[in-house]
Design a protein around this ligand. Sequence first.
Ligand code: ZN
Length: 166
Amino acid sequence: MSKTDLAVADGLVVGIYYTLTIDNEVVDSNRKGGKPLVYLAGTNSIVAGLEKALVGKVKNDHVEVSISPEEGYGEHNEAAVETVPRSAFPENAPIEVGSRFIASDEAGNQIPTLVTAVDGDDITVDHNHPLAGQTLNFDITIAGVREATEEEQQHGHVHGPGGHEH
Ligand code: ZN
């Protein structure tokens, strides 16, 4: 088997072209002149349902898969909605319904923050992933599969085009 025939499996670097459709509306795609999205298989860098659906596929395979919130970005979690004082935001931040911010927690994780209500100094924010609660319809073409370098395996992510540049 030549290297171009590698099938997607944990520890390999996979490139994909994708179109994401939700409720019959295309919400994201990298097909138009875009470079493939690359990920290191088995590292949870793409949603679980998609990772599973692509295992065993080879270059140029075409995959259509519908992914439940459970295997996508999770159900919408009411516990991730909270009211915080205006002072919790950076000074001069534009705070209005629909404003999006990226907050970070003590561990340095990035937390999406969507302002859903403004009542004086009481700001209601939703930390759910913007696609939480949604069924994700992916249309995928495998652009390529290759071995990961030793360094990529150690770092747990892809280097080079489409990956980390460091
Ligand atoms: Zn690295």
